[in-house]
Structures are given as C-alpha cells and as structure tokens.
Design a protein around this ligand. Sequence first.
Ligand SMILES: NC(=O)c1ccc[n+]([C@@H]2O[C@H](COP(=O)([O-])OP(=O)(O)OC[C@H]3O[C@@H](n4cnc5c(N)ncnc54)[C@H](OP(=O)(O)O)[C@@H]3O)[C@@H](O)[C@H]2O)c1
Length: 416
Amino acid sequence: MNSGIDTYQLLTVTHKTASLKTIGDYVVNIGEGQDLKELLQNLKQTFGMEELLYVPTCNRVIYLFTGDVQISSDFIETFFTTINPSLAKRKNRIHNEVSYYFGEYAINHLYAVAASVDSLVIGERQILGQLREAYSNCQKMQLTGDNIRLLMRFTVTLAKRVYSQTRIGEKPISVVSLAIKKMLDAQVAKDARILLVGAGQTNILVSKFLVKYDFENVVVFNRTIEKAKKLSRKFNNQYKELAALEDYQHGFDLLIVCTGATEAIITSEMYRKLIGQDQSKKMIIDLAIPNNVARDVVNSFNINYIEIDTLRALAQENMAFREREVTKAQQIIIEEVNEFEGQFKQRQIEKAMREIPVQIKKVKSKAINQVFRKEVELLDENTKELMERMMNYMEKKCISIPMTIARDVMMKQELV
Ligand SMILES: NC(=O)c1ccc[n+]([C@@H]2O[C@H](COP(=O)([O-])OP(=O)(O)OC[C@H]3O[C@@H](n4cnc5c(N)ncnc54)[C@H](OP(=O)(O)O)[C@@H]3O)[C@@H](O)[C@H]2O)c1
C-alpha cells in the first residue's frame, strides 16, 4: 500500500541515460485511427494508476502517476513494451535507460526538471512551459486529478522561486543569443542596413531575434534563392542569390554570415567591392564553422569582427556559471519538497473532512424534522427563530472544530 506522498511515482527516460533518438522509443506513438487520450486512458487503467501525467519533450519523457501501483523490473518491462512492442527485443536496454523514482524522490525529480537543473541545457526555462502544457493536455484528457493538480501547483511555484532566487537562467549560453547581445551592446541602430548571408537553421534563429528587437532593414542572401525569399518575408521581402553579394552596391552596416561553406565566402576581393568607397567601421558577425570570413578581411579592413569561437568560449563560461547556481537551486528544491510533504498531508485531511459539513447538516435536519419535530411545532415564532440561529451557529462551529484540531496536531507533529 502506497501511503502519503509515496503515492507519487515516476518513470522517466532522459538525455542522461539515452540518446535523444532513443528517447523517442519510450514515447506513446499514435498509430493511424488512434487517439492519444484513448491510448493513455488504457495505459492508466491497465496498470492500475489513479492519475497520470505524461510529459514528452525532445530530451526526456516522463510518466508520473499516483495510486497503489507496485513497481518492479517486470512492471517496468511490461509498461514500456506495452507502449512500444519493439522494445521487447531490447529488454536490457529498458533497464539501463529507464529511471524510477517514488515519493519524495519523484517530487524531487519533477522539481529538478521544472527548475531546469536536470536539463541538457541548465537554466533553459522552456521546460517549465512544456511541463505546464503537458499538464493542461492531461487534464483535458481526464488523466489527472487532485493529487497531480496539487503537485503541479507546487512545481510551478518551486520553479519560479528557483528562477527568481538563483541566477541559473541568467547568462545566455546559445551562440546566437550571445551574438545578438553583442549587437545590442554595440548599440546597432534599429534602422541599420543588415545583410544576412545564409538561410539555414542558425540564421533562421538569428532572424527571430532580429524581428524581436525590431531590426527590419535586412537583405537576405542565400545560395538557394527560394530559401532566401522565404526568410526575407520576416522583414521587407528583400532577398538575393548569394552570387549577387559581391555586386551589391547599396552599402551596409552589419553583415551576419552563417553558411555551411567549408571555405571563406567573404574574401578580401569581394569585401573590397562590397564596401566600395565606404571606409566606415562595419560590424561582422560570423557564426559559421569554419569561419565564412577570410582572415585577411578581418586583418585588413575597419571591422568589429565577432566570430563563433569567441562566442563559444563565452557560452562555456556562462554555462559554468549556471552550473555553479545548481547547488543553490538544489537547496531550494529540498526545502520545497519538505513544504510539499506538509501541504500534501494537510490536503489529505481536508479531503477526509469534506464529509463533516454534510454530516452535521444531516444531524441538524434530523433534529428539527424528526427527533424534536413535535416540540418545535409548539414553539412560538420568536423562539423558533432563536433556536434556528443557535443551531446555525452550532453548525458552523462544529464544522470548524475538527479542522482546527487536525491543523494543531499537524503543527505539533512538524515541531517534533
Ligand atoms: N545549428 C547550430 O546549432 C549552429 C550553431 C552555430 C554555428 N553553426 C554553424 O552554422 C553554419 C550553418 O549551420 P546551419 O545549422 O544553419 O546549417 P543548415 O541549416 O544546414 O544551413 C546551411 C546554410 O548554408 C548554406 N550553404 C551550405 N553550403 C554552402 C556552400 N558551400 N556555399 C554557400 N552556402 C552554403 C545553405 O544554403 P542552401 O540553402 O543553398 O543549402 C544554408 O543556407 C555551419 O557552419 C555550422 O557549423 C551551427
């Protein structure tokens, strides 16, 4: 029998024990004509869970459940082979890749996930949004109830506390956000003429930041013109083929370059043509590996050159900073797990006491309408009214007495 917070149990596969590709094997697959709600409802019923929270993300999958479920190696095997029958051939893998937590350890794990202490990228707040979304979906699918609702409420509070009382998510650790920070620090004007060279994943991310910070004067260059066209829709629909870059004569203030070319594509000769007579200092952000800007361009021209190696070193420094904040976050998590345990107990008492008002009302009604009916009928109106007021008063007081006593008992227990 799982009593108290041991009712919470958690099975998970994360980036710590499995490759990102493998994690997909533990996610509920929706076949043709199937419905996620039905699949999860079946899972919950088959394995005797009272409530179920299912959280699939790209670097972890979590099954958090409550109820009197006895977990063993066999259970874990059966559970995951039910989700994905192809895992039956790789049972050893299941035991290496799945982690199991119960009670306070399950809560601790969920908290660590929400606070991004357990993340692939520590301090990435996105995970809290993913958890909330997963909870909202499971709620709609009627998979969760009061216990998971309570835990989620405390999980969100814990995560907010960690983000506000530590500096875990403070310093950027992606090279793109660091590049943009450099740009903002340099106070590049909002109407600066920007050339965005390359239209791959990295520059798509760059473009999101440019839009976010209201940089609109952007011309996109790319080898494949369709991709340049598509990316330019975020700005003023100005796009050209990469080959047209050297003949571009409209000037620029900032050049952001990021392509998969294995040799420099911004050569001295091309750069000279590109700037023409303009000798003013330009900013170049080169996010490519290897660099897309030739070394002699950097050495010979008036450029504020920001390249990926510097940004990566900064990213590592910031990551080390975030890791140091983890210790503080873990301390908060321990405090909050203890707090939750107390709140959970109180909630159980509250639930048990929900019946008290109903029962007391019944006693009152029986007293008036059955036991003392005849005597009550003989009373005059004033006395009847007084009697009812006294009974209502008694009713209210009787309802609050057990709650107060229970709270006092709990407080005393906590002090022991
Ligand atoms: N993804 C990351 O997390 C990340 C982070 C930092 C830096 N980087 C670096 O950024 C560069 C691009 O990465 P990505 O993820 O954006 O790649 P991607 O999504 O594959 O896009 C590659 C881009 O480079 C262009 N390209 C490829 N080969 C080229 C060539 N020989 N000449 C001219 N253009 C060429 C492609 O043009 P088409 O559209 O014509 O194919 C496309 O615009 C790489 O050097 C990578 O190491 C990547």
